[in-house]
Write a protein that binds this ligand. Structure first.
Ligand code: 26W
Length: 822
């Protein structure tokens, strides 16, 4: 058989220059002398992606031929970050491009800065999905990511008088060179309507869904290029369009305005990413989004990806749908509906297949973050799915009643349907019942899932539960974001670490090498200078690279306890202003924050206001002699993380024990040579085990201690009354010292801490301050600090997302790598 050839590009400077000019002239329709930065960026992006095309097409071709078992990673969020550098790295074009652009008098850095990052995620969960697909491609694992092409990503954060104000993230406005739209391959998705009974050709009574309305899902493909000649996998994001029938009907009725409105209605589904992180709003549009992308994806996989003659009974040998939290769990009844209603299978037959096709990852422990959909809403939007969920639940409960004949209370506890406060579907329970495996994202988190959140299920299905500790991609978060350190590492141990991060172990002996430490320190210093430049340019913020960079970047949430860090800062300030502490005895520090608050999360927005207010006061106070500074750049995102993290000395991971599922920022800091001050929470536990107690600043209550304190009855005011430093800090905030004398402004924060303090910030205050004193002492010995920093890098290899992928493969997916044909 003859296979048509795939076009290739010439990997030379001249070849690149030719392709680039062709894109600029023919693609953008401009000549270099008149090209804008955006023209050049777009031409550059298209040129680079052409260099990846051969690998992408041959990956697709080999997958079509081999039909190897694949992973479909279903995620409502993919927080990709900028694409250009990653594509350059993956295509091995960096040197050629630098030379080629230079010969044209173009500055690569300027083009880099022109890219608007696709912020299609909120935080940890979305960025994790992006790291995972990078690792899967690099490791040659057949896989596809499925998600939503939001027209507006995570909002752009601005500060007005220190208060967060959100602006729409219009990330597509200057063009989107990384995507391949396929409107001709749109799929139709129904909503609403009713379920009807009918007789099939054999006279059997069946039920089927008659949707009330439908929309089209248009696939947009993105390349997911593996590092160093790996596969180029696909990320397929769905965009909603009105169906032709939908608006034609209304057009024919003569109501033009109504027809256009209908179009807007349909397209709203993929309009905007919900900025809620951890508190579900129960909004109808959000359920529409979830069903929309999941229905598109299943249809796509069954009808397009699989060969036409595929026997769906073999589906579990060909695919595993990994559910990234509960957001895509409606896929379970959807696959049942496809098999039973559309393919005409028996229920039992369909359930036997369906329950082998899914696995579920839980990313939280907060009870309020567990999604539940009111039956009223679900039944209105997806009536057939609700029926299917009821039947899954009926059969599950019947099974439980056999296993636990005298324990009706337990059976009710385990019901997928909650009865209170309203009848609702517990999506985590549905995922647990349907999935082959349920995993948490760090050892402690998985343990708490088994022991607390899903304890009844773990007792019933002990083997279903497993752990896969999160990881981060070393390509983006070390190699690209920290070129200085990457160069030093490669010089010392070769470049194998980029795809085999355990090789960082080879750096351990160098922690005792004074010359290595000197160079390591020099790189950290240069990274601080680079950050200082970015903050000056981007935010008009001045920071001093000769200070300790103490960094806390993550979503703003009470459980993460930005207020605890703030109390430390305020306490320091208070002691200096009262003369209790001489300014000359204070370790010069730059406290950097980056955090977005969900727009409706009032307390989180208050805390942002307070950080900025404290920052303004401290930064303007000449008595501090510039030794303390607060830097809170607005709109923390992946791009900023890439310069902030490599510049950090100290990583703040101070959530209340038992609340942070894993954390992944903690891993990025470790791999970039920051030391961690942290609680015994999430993946901090594993970080500390690996790096050693002596190289980690541990403080605070442990999870069992937290449980005990809460059990006994927690009274935050007791800490206020007995701890003078804490009282002084809180009193200073309450006095209006940071709000121009207005005591009302931050009163809600203070009274919340004194009266409720759900996350025990006051209980951990003294331990935190003591740990910060240990940080100061350790930092004073510069050379020894560097030794510990080197050990953090050397012992961080475990936190590569490549390792996470190996764990998923071994414990959950049972798939195999398949290299693309040459
Ligand atoms: C709107 C409802 C909702 C509920 C939960 C939205 C988003 C969530 C996510 C589960 C929140 C999230 O991003 N969790 C984070 O996942 C990371 C990756 O596993 C972990 O590292 C973080 O600890 C966890 O908070």
């Amino acid at each position: 058989e003859t296979t048509p050839p795939i076009a290739t590009r010439e990997h030379t400077v001249e070849g690149f220059v030719r392709e680039f000019l062709r894109e600029l002239n023919f693609g953008q329709g401009v000549d270099l002398t008149r090209a804008s930065v955006n023209d050049k960026y777009l031409a550059m992006a298209r040129t680079v992606r052409h260099y990846l095309m051969t690998r992408w097409l041959s990956t697709l071709r080999s997958q079509a031929k081999l039909q190897a078992k694949s992973v479909a990673y279903l995620s409502a969020e993919f927080l990709l970050g900028r694409q250009l550098d990653n594509a350059l790295l993956a295509s091995g074009l960096e040197d050629i491009v630098k030379e080629g652009l230079a010969s044209l008098g173009i500055d690569l850095e300027e083009l880099r800065q022109a890219e608007i990052e696709p912020g299609l995620g909120n935080g940890g969960l979305g960025r994790l999905a992006a790291c995972f697909i990078d690792s899967l491609a690099t490791m040659n694992v057949p896989s596809i990511g499925y998600g939503i092409r939001y027209e507006y990503g995570i909002f752009k954060q601005t500060f007005v008088d220190g208060w967060q104000v959100e602006k729409p993230d219009d990330w597509l406005r200057l063009g989107s060179p990384w995507e391949f739209p396929h409107p001709e391959a749109a799929v139709k998705v129904g909503f609403g309507g009713h379920v009807e009974q009918y007789q099939d050709d054999d006279g059997v009574v069946k039920r089927r869904w008659v949707p009330g309305w439908s929309v089209l899902g248009v696939p947009y493909n993105y390349m997911v290029p593996g590092y160093d000649a790996g596969r180029v996998n696909t990320l397929r994001l769905w965009s909603a369009r009105a169906t032709r029938a939908f608006d034609l009907e209304i057009f024919n009725s003569g109501d033009y305005a109504e027809a256009v409105r209908a179009q807007t209605f349909a397209e709203n589904i993929s309009k905007v990413l919900y900025p809620e992180d951890s508190t579900p709003q129960g909004k109808e549009l959000r359920l529409q989004q979830q069903y929309f992308f999941v229905a598109c994806s299943i249809k796509d996989f069954v009808d397009q990806v699989l060969p036409a003659d595929f026997d769906l009974h073999k589906l579990p040998d060909r695919i595993v749908f990994q559910l990234n939290d509960t957001h895509p769990v409606i896929a379970v009844p959807e696959l049942m509906r496809v098999l039973v209603d559309e393919k005409g299978w028996e229920w039992d037959e369909a359930w036997a297949v369906t329950k082998q096709c899914f696995a579920y990852t839980c990313h939280t422990l907060l009870p309020e973050a567990l999604e539940v959909w009111p039956v009223e809403l679900l039944g209105r939007l997806l009536p057939r799915h609700l029926e299917i969920i009821y039947r899954i639940n009926d059969e599950f409960l019947a099974e439980l009643r056999v296993a636990y004949p005298n324990d009706e209370l337990r059976v009710r506890r385990m019901s997928i349907i909650a009865e209170y406060p309203v009848r609702a579907v517990r999506m985590a329970y549905l995922a647990t019942v349907a999935g082959t495996k349920v995993n948490g994202v760090a050892e402690l988190h998985s343990q708490l899932l088994r022991d607390k959140v899903l304890d009844d299920f773990a007792a019933y299905w002990p083997d279903k539960f497993t752990n896969v500790t999160n990881g981060v991609t070393p390509r983006r978060f070390v190699k690209l974001s920290n070129p200085g350190l990457s160069g030093l590492i490669t010089e010392a141990i070769g470049d194998g670490w980029v795809t085999d991060l355990d090789q960082l172990k080879g750096l351990e002996p160098l922690a005792d090498d004074a010359e290595f430490r000197r160079r390591f320190r020099e790189i950290k210093y240069a990274n601080k200078q680079r950050l200082a430049g970015v903050l000056a340019e981007r935010d008009n913020i001045v920071v001093n690279p000769d200070t300790l960079f103490d960094v806390m970047v993550k979503r703003l949430h009470e459980y993460k306890r930005q207020t605890l860090k703030l109390l430390h800062i305020v306490s320091l300030y208070e002691k200096i202003t009262t003369g209790e502490l001489a300014i000359g005895d204070v370790t010069p520090r730059t406290f950097a924050f980056g955090a977005k608050a969900a727009p409706g999360y009032v307390m989180a927005k208050q805390i942002i206001g307070l950080i900025n207010a404290v920052g303004r006061t401290i930064n303007d106070d000449p008595a501090l002699e510039g030794r303390l500074r607060v830097a809170f750049p607005a709109n923390y995102n992946v791009t900023l993380a890439e310069t902030l993290i490599p510049a950090a000395d100290l990583s703040e991971q101070i959530s209340l024990a038992g609340k942070e599922a894993s954390g992944t920022g903690n891993m990025k800091f470790m791999l970039n040579g920051a030391l961690t001050i942290g609680t015994d929470d999430g993946a901090n536990v594993e970080i500390r085990q690996l790096v050693g107690d002596e190289n980690f600043f541990l403080f605070g209550l442990t999870e069992p201690q937290v449980a005990e304190v809460v059990e006994r009855g927690y009274h935050p005011s007791a800490y206020y009354e007995t701890n003078l430093d804490l009282r002084n800090a809180l009193d200073l905030i309450a006095s209006g010292a940071f709000s121009g004398g207005d005591r009302a402004v931050f009163e809600p924060i203070v009274s919340n801490l004194l009266n409720e303090d759900r996350f025990l910030a006051l209980a951990d205050f003294q331990a935190y301050v003591d740990a910060q004193a240990r940080v100061d002492a350790a930092y004073a010995d510069t050379d020894d600090w560097t030794r510990r920093a080197v050990l953090n890098v050397a012992r961080g290899g475990f936190f590569s997302s490549d390792r996470s992928m190996r764990d998923y493969i071994e414990r959950i997916w049972h798939t195999y790598p398949v290299a693309p044909e040459a």
